[in-house]
Design a protein around this ligand. Sequence first.
Ligand code: PGA
Length: 242
Amino acid sequence: MRKPLVAANWKMHGSDQFLETYFPALEQAIDSDKVEVVIFPPAVYLQKAAGLCQQLQAGAQDVSQHSEGAFTGEVSATMVSDVGCRYVLVGHSERRIRHRESSKTVAEKFLAAVGQGLVPVLCVGESLEEREANRTLAVVQSQIQSVIDLAGLEQLTNAVIAYEPVWAIGTGKTASPEQAQEVHRAIRDMLGPAGQHTRIVYGGSVKAENAMTLFNQPDIDGGLVGGASLKVDEFAAICGSV
Ligand code: PGA
């Protein structure tokens, strides 16, 4: 059985004060026997977030592919683990597109994370143009293959995969449950038999009102939530819909 996972990607939102109200409120609202809940705050808040976690988990939104050195502004996997975090997002489309991270760089970050015992949440997904050109599965396959080539299939099947169609992120346009299920199923098939235990979560305009129909699909094991994760009541409702 795959334990559902619901994650909050705060992106560049939040404050010290926000953490102090959000974490206790969410702790009250969730049942970690039923769902694993991970919060991804900005890096400066990771240590504090980890300290506030009881049932919750904290994770980093990004990690350097390098272990240490002259990389101004970057945070290593050792540091993320050092402050008490277990999870890390790699390959979010905002990093791939706005920070020009290639699939090779993403795979290197994935490898750096597993090397320190972190669990990467590998984000994959197609642009609108790619979907319209019928290239969704080819794009996702190639993003996944880059990680398999560098880190190996076993490491990937032990990680978490987030399918996030770029056209659905922050746009209010959600993939239909059927559209998402089709891609999740294809991703699971790409992983072979070991993929049966891999959690594949959906991201892209998940809200309280659409979470349940998405999470009801057989190959959707939870969600990665951006905008709606900033409202603690709504996010708690999303966690409750698994
Ligand atoms: P969204 O973001 O829920 O605001 O669409 C999801 C994400 O970027 O992970």
